[in-house]
Write a protein that binds this ligand. Structure first.
Ligand SMILES: Nc1ncnc2c1ncn2[C@@H]1O[C@H](COP(=O)(O)OP(=O)(O)OP(=O)(O)O)[C@@H](O)[C@H]1O
Ligand SMILES: [Mg+2]
Length: 582
């Protein structure tokens, strides 16, 4: 019988591999820049013609190659980066498959110029459609330059799928921008048809790289994230909630400097923003993960755009928790930006826990503000010598328009929306009370008897346990009637019946707000906060103004209500002076 199985000739195998690795000019650039970074380049320069369809040229000042290595590098599965399977699990380099250069060379005209050792001449190799045409010595400095011309000249079916020059250029620029974020210490320059698209000096850290790429303003809107757990470590930058907008967003994920896509991790990041931004808002998220060797597989796909974590749930949990913690510390950072102190600058002993006490983190936030960093703050009552620039004065407060609280603080003014502020306060207090066993309602001498639509009656019965913890003591009476024996007293003008009805209606039929909640507890707390908070139009006396102000700044996220709308508008002295033309 005739033989029908044969080993493919190299040229064909390379072209098939190219189908997976090389989709478009941006993938060529990505592979070449990754090689440059693997060769420890300090500077990478990229030039394009025709969006890279006509020409891509990537030059680095890295380690370079000897003539022997340079020839080998064009062979399939020739790699200096992996020797055995154990190297595959502890990947320190981008490359490991040893197929990028031969794949690219098989579908283009490629010139490789390189020099490794100043004592030896450099090498130039010309390849066309995978065939080596010429190898010669050349004079050059240490490093490597790869030029790729006429991509897919011998694969017309693939060439057809290339997009127009502008689109291909943008894809290249995105790919370079992403890699530059993972390696802030490396200088990058991208030129297209003589126009400079990116010119990035070596930056000291990620925030500086962000500023180079997208401007100082963007960098200022980002706050640092740190986290650790189960062997994983996380650092990065995420957008301040008040800067986040709907629509366009930037996200980037790296594991050991390697960009990857994982929508589930971005979603975990988004979850951390719950109750701090409106549901359709899409904050920027840039994260770098460090993982134990063997806990991630980057060899899932030839382009290495996807990775597989052994314990993805743990990574998701770490992302969500770390971002949440960063946002909770954000209040202080946001205030710093405006040169406005948090209103209290003295560190006060908190009163024993009670309904008026926000509990939690007021000291920490103040301490953070005072120190301007994440270091642990002073203990309550402890001297904070040298940290407080002037004697601490409680701010002066006024209610204006029966809707806002105006606060005079050291370096300007704060305007606080009384409803939004109270909403935030109630939400956090109820969430805490779910953990600690509920807040006390007031027993009614004459219980309320309420008839509800059937669906709402069922919902009230089903939620009676959680409702009880908000202070509403509800008992089903049958016939769609509930008896309310006890009600909460969040403020003096509280209309318990109305608030209860509105809340049950929202919890039964849903709303944008309660759909943004993560679980039943949050749903109830959000709805309760929204329906029970002090409304605009309600007069507050001096003591009530003071109490609301104190409780707001004792919350973890004082700057947003549960809808993600701002609770505080800040006006710095500087802004005021500008407005008055001083
Ligand atoms: N810019 C460069 N500087 C120094 N050496 C290089 C450079 N580019 C490639 N090489 C050498 O050529 C080899 C082959 O490169 P190639 O990109 O084909 O494979 P790889 O990087 O090892 O793996 P992968 O296919 O996963 O990218 C590399 O292992 C490296 O030794
Ligand atoms: Mg490579």
């Amino acid at each position: 019988m005739a033989r029908t199985i044969e080993v493919l000739p190299d040229a064909v195998a390379n072209q098939i591999a190219a189908g997976e690795v090389v989709e478009r000019p941006a993938s060529v650039v990505k592979e070449l820049v990754e090689n440059a970074l693997d060769a420890r380049a300090g500077r990478v320069e990229i030039e394009l013609a025709g969006g890279g369809k006509r020409k891509v040229r990537v030059a680095d000042d890295g380690l370079g190659m000897s003539r022997e290595d340079a020839l080998l590098s064009l062979d399939r599965h020739a790699t200096s980066k992996v020797r055995g399977t154990s190297d595959l699990r502890a990947l320190k380099t981008f490359g490991f498959r040893g197929e990028a250069l031969p794949s690219i060379a098989s579908v283009s005209r490629l010139t490789l110029e390189t020099q490794a050792d100043v004592a030896e001449p450099g090498t130039s190799i010309r390849v066309e459609g995978g065939r080596i045409l010429q190898v010669r010595d050349m004079a050059r400095t240490r490093g490597t330059t790869v030029q790729v011309e006429r991509l897919f000249f011998n694969a017309p079916a693939r060439a057809k799928f290339l997009r127009n020059t502008a689109a291909e250029t943008r894809a290249v620029s995105d790919a370079v921008g992403t890699l530059s974020l993972a390696h802030p210490g490396v200088a990058f320059r991208l030129e297209s048809e003589g126009r400079v698209l990116l010119d990035l000096n070596a930056a000291s850290d990620l925030p500086n790289r962000v500023a180079q790429l997208w401007g100082d303003r963007a960098a200022e809107e980002l706050i640092p994230v740190h986290g650790e757990g189960e062997g994983f470590r996380l650092v990065g930058l995420v957008q301040r909630p008040d800067a986040a907008r709907p629509g366009f967003r930037r996200t980037a994920l790296f594991v050991h400097g390697r960009p990857f896509r994982e929508p589930a991790l971005i979603r975990a990041g988004d979850r951390a923003y719950r109750t701090t931004v409106a549901p359709e808002t899409r904050p920027w998220i840039l994260l770098e993960l460090r993982v134990p060797a063997g806990s991630v597989d980057v060899n899932v796909h030839p382009t290495k755009a996807e990775v597989r974590f052994q314990n993805r749930n743990a990574v998701e949990a770490l992302v969500e928790r770390s971002i949440r913690e960063a946002l909770e510390g954000e209040a202080s950072a946001a205030t710093m930006d405006q040169d406005l102190p948090l209103p209290h600058v003295q560190v006060r002993e908190r009163s024993p826990a009670g309904p008026g006490d926000g509990g939690g983190s007021s000291e920490t936030q103040m301490a953070l503000f005072l120190r301007g960093d994440g270091a642990p703050g002073p203990e309550p009552g402890q001297e904070v010598d040298g940290l407080v620039p002037e004697p601490a004065e409680p701010p002066r407060l006024w209610q204006v328009h029966r809707a806002y609280i105006l606060a005079e603080v050291r370096d300007g003014l704060l305007l606080i929306d009384q409803h939004a502020a109270h909403e935030r306060v109630l939400f956090e207090e109820i969430m805490r009370s779910f953990d600690t066993g509920g807040s006390e309602g007031q027993r009614l001498l004459f219980p309320l008897t309420l008839r509800l639509p059937a669906a709402e009656y069922e919902q009230a019965e089903a939620l009676s346990g959680l409702l009880h913890q908000t202070g509403f003591e509800v008992e089903g009476f049958g016939g769609d009637t509930v008896i309310v024996h006890g009600v909460p007293a969040p403020h003096p003008n509280f209309d318990a019946e109305r608030s209860f009805r509105e809340m049950i209606e929202e919890l039964t039929h849903g709303s944008e707000l309660v759909r943004s909640a993560r679980n039943q507890h949050e749903r109830v707390a959000m709805s309760f906060a929204c329906k029970s908070a002090i409304k605009a139009g309600q007069t507050l006396d001096e003591r009530e103004v003071q109490e609301l102000f104190d409780r707001l700044f004792a919350t973890e996220l004082p700057y947003h209500d549960v809808h993600g709308r701002p609770t505080v508008v800040r006006l710095s002295s500087r802004e005021l002076e500008r407005k008055f033309g001083r």
